[in-house]
Design a protein around this ligand. Structure first.
Ligand code: SF4
Length: 304
């Protein structure tokens, strides 16, 4: 929770207006941050993930099980996992195996060596009670632009893995970066030849992300007031903010905490509580610069 000295900026904007907020309704989706350790070192990564990074620590099986059980009691509908690269986490397949007994799961992956090396371990998860969907990062439809950030050959690897996952019977989707002023529908169509090559339906979900900046960045964005939230958005739009229906478990300094959503783990003011039930009672103030992306673009990591 914010310290007293932060409290005023938590509740009000720089001009002293009441800050916009979301009062969470129901936990439909629980995210886990598996840790910022990653095999790649992408310069734009909103998590600052890279090889050996420990800003966010690996969640263990026992820690994840505690939150999965609590979420199950709250009738959660989905578990989602992001990193770093989740398949680097040593306990990750066990965590998935446990979670898939209770709800559908979504994993965000770069679909390179960490996943490829554990493919045989993943295959039995097809037989679980609930379904596993994997979202593969393909930043640009131009492989050269993708590889410029992610390393040579990684577009081809990710596309091959996408194809193998689909052929094996898993659900798949892709994530890409948005360009300023793009026509999103047109931009999505540039992926069609690659999806055809991978043998994946061209109407799969494509999640688009604006530039979220690096962890701790403080870009100037407009402040969101209470009035903005009611004047420019209706009740349905407000309900679609991730912090309304989801939370993310993040482990820092050896202690897992429940953060407001997937986008604010670089600001400990958003570490709402040690349990899900407590966290769902906390009003989320829209102070983080990424809150503006949710407000202006409807940015969301969810596939809800
Ligand atoms: S980044 Fe978006 S989902 Fe997260 S707390 Fe801000 S408004 Fe809510």
């Amino acid at each position: 929770m914010p310290t007293l000295s932060e409290y005023e900026t938590w509740l009000t904007t720089e001009k002293g207006d009441p800050r916009g907020y979301i009062q969470p309704e129901k936990l439909d989706e629980l995210w886990f941050h598996t840790g910022t350790n990653c095999n790649l070192r992408c310069p734009f990564c909103l998590e600052g993930s890279k090889p050996g990074d420990n800003r966010i620590e690996e969640i263990s099986y026992a820690e994840a099980v505690r939150f999965i059980d609590e979420a199950r009691d709250m009738e959660v509908k989905k578990f989602s996992f992001t990193g770093g690269e989740p398949f680097i986490n040593r306990d990750f397949i066990r965590i998935l195996d446990y979670a898939l007994d209770y709800a559908d799961c979504l994993v965000l992956t770069n679909a390179t060596e960490p996943l490829m090396n554990r493919f045989a371990e993943i295959l039995p998860l097809r037989d679980k009670q609930h379904s596993l969907n994997l979202r593969v990062s393909l930043d640009h439809p131009d492989p050269h632009l993708h590889d410029k950030m992610r390393g040579k050959g990684n577009f081809a690897k990710a596309l091959r893995t996408l194809s193998r996952l689909h052929t094996a019977g898993f659900g798949v989707s892709i994530a890409r970066l948005m360009s300023a002023g793009e026509n999103s529908e047109e931009a999505d169509k540039y992926y069609t030849p690659w999806l055809d090559e991978a043998g994946v339906p061209s109407d799969i979900t494509i999640i688009k992300f604006p530039d979220f900046y690096r962890p701790g960045a403080m870009p100037e964005v407009p402040q969101i007031t209470e009035t903005c939230m009611t004047r420019f958005l209706n009740a349905r739009q407000r309900s679609e903010f991730m912090c309304n229906f989801s939370k993310m478990v993040v482990k820092k300094n050896g202690i897992p905490g429940v953060f407001a959503c997937t986008l604010v783990d670089d600001d400990d003011a958003y570490n709402l509580a040690p349990t899900l039930k407590e966290a769902m009672n906390v009003r989320v103030m829209l102070r983080h610069h990424r809150c503006y992306s949710c407000f202006a673009y409807g940015a969301s990591c969810s596939e809800k």
